[in-house]
Design a protein. Structure first.
Length: 113
């Protein structure tokens, strides 16, 4: 079972990953969510956790399920992984939100096997 610190750290990593994928600063994300930049920093650094309200705002803003923030992320990559991730991001940008939701749901099911 994951520790509280591990959960907060992973959650923060996911928030940072999503924020950076949209090329947003912490300040801009905070502004969009009605939060302080220090709050975003504390979340991303695994210092603070979020309320249900903030979780809802993050999910809505990034258009992901609240569960997405709790999926364990692997933080080690080799060169091929990075190239593949760049290609995946390019490809995913071609899909509309409904298709992305379908892909997301498929990946969730696949990750269980």
């Amino acid at each position: 079972m994951a520790s509280e610190d591990a959960i907060k750290s992973n959650f923060g990593y996911v928030v940072r990953e999503l924020r950076e994928s949209k090329k947003l600063t912490r300040e801009k994300l905070a502004e969009n969510l009605g939060l302080q930049p220090q709050t975003i920093s504390a979340i991303e650094n695994g210092v603070n956790f979020v309320s249900c309200d903030v979780l809802s705002k993050l999910s809505e803003f990034f258009e992901v399920s609240p569960a997405y923030f709790f999926i364990k992320k692997v933080r080690t990559c080799n060169e091929n992984d990075i190239v593949n991730m760049v290609e995946i991001k390019k490809t995913l940008s071609l899909f509309d939100s409904n298709k992305l939701k379908e892909i997301h749901d498929i990946l969730i099911v696949m990750s269980k096997y």
